[in-house]
Design a protein around this ligand. Structure first.
Ligand code: PBG
Ligand code: ZN
Length: 325
């Protein structure tokens, strides 16, 4: 008790603070999500995500060189289709010669040590923008979606992905993908599930980047409700039972309680997806001169680690050296 106990003793100098503080996560903990497009020499700025681009494969390889040099350990690839390529079920997602499939192959060839993950979903490839084919009543047909997701995952495994990451929030998608991988002898392909993924208002900039906004309706019938924590936690619990290797909470900064709870309930590795809206939020604040970007990035990243994230899926990763070096 005061006056004997004085906690300021423990933070009185930079040296003492450094000695006591948990270190910020190293670059190997970061996974950089990025967007691949067809063609060559394409590098299109995403207006709502300053510092992020849609890249053709040649530019992606060029852009990755300094990022890999900075020690960043992994990437998460997203593809998108032009309007005429979109159909009712998102067939382009599982085209063995698709952009993401070719990108996976090219990245593994150039950077064999880099861990390559690919997002398994069809919303950027369906003409209606939902995460699976629609049933007659307009809802996503859960089991038909699983079949399409499994085909997509297989095509990524074949292309050489280390990790496939289903993000559609369909019931049974993890079991369906695991079974499909194992039946094709892709036993070593890691399955990272977007296990507790909320229907969030923070995906706006991403949908702008991906042109994956649902035409009609929203994703509240498949993505978790932020008002129902128990069911949201069961989503992760079930994915673990279905054979997921890595679990995830998404978004992350608005859901630190979920991350911390899940950390206590599972021994699986946990990823936190620091989503596009959370990224844009800090950028917008900094742009107005209302906060220092580097300080905000460091503080929010420390929060994610402290809450229990092992892997940080983060758009800050391509500037790791600048923010954390
Ligand atoms: C698609 C998908 C989304 C994100 C990752 N995969 C958007 C959505 O569910 O609508 C969001 C990522 C971000 O906002 O950074 N299934
Ligand atoms: Zn989707």
């Amino acid at each position: 008790m005061f006056p004997e106990t004085r906690l300021r003793r423990l933070r009185q100098s930079a040296g003492i603070r450094k000695m006591l503080n948990a270190p910020l996560p190293g670059p190997e903990k970061f996974m950089w999500p990025t967007f691949v497009v067809d063609g060559e020499k394409r590098r299109e700025e995403i207006a709502s995500m300053p510092g992020q681009h849609r890249l053709s494969i040649d530019r992606l390889l060029a852009e990755l060189a300094p990022i890999v040099d900075s020690g960043v350990g992994s990437v998460l690839l997203f593809g998108l289709a032009d309007e005429p390529e979109k159909d009712f079920q998102g067939s382009e997602a599982f085209n063995p010669q698709g952009t993401v499939q070719r990108a996976i192959h090219a990245v593994k060839e150039r950077f064999p040590e880099l861990v390559v993950a690919a997002d398994v979903c069809v919303c950027a490839y369906t003409d209606h923008g939902h995460c699976g084919p629609l049933a007659a009543n307009g809802d996503v047909d859960n089991d038909a979606a699983n079949a399409v997701l499994a085909k997509t995952a297989i095509s990524f495994a074949e292309a050489g992905a280390d990790i496939v990451a289903p993000s559609a929030m369909m019931d049974g998608q993890v079991a369906a993908i695991r079974a499909a991988l194992d039946s094709k002898d892709w036993k070593n392909t890691i399955l990272m599930s977007y296990s507790t993924k909320f229907a969030s208002a923070m995906y706006g900039p991403f949908r702008d980047a991906e042109q994956s906004q649902p035409g009609k309706g929203d994703r509240k019938g498949y993505q978790a409700s932020y008002g129902d924590l128990r069911t949201a936690l069961r989503e992760s619990e079930l994915d673990e039972a279905e054979g997921a290797d890595i679990l995830m909470v998404k978004p992350s900064l608005f859901y630190l309680d979920v991350l911390a709870k899940l950390r206590e309930q599972t021994e699986l590795p946990l990823a936190a997806y620091n989503v596009s809206g959370e990224y844009a939020m800090l950028h917008a604040t900094a742009e107005r001169g209302w906060g220092d970007l580097r300080e905000m990035v460091r503080e929010s990243t420390a929060a994610l680690s402290r809450a229990g994230a092992d892997i940080l899926i983060s758009y800050w990763a391509n500037r790791y050296a600048e923010f954390f070096g």
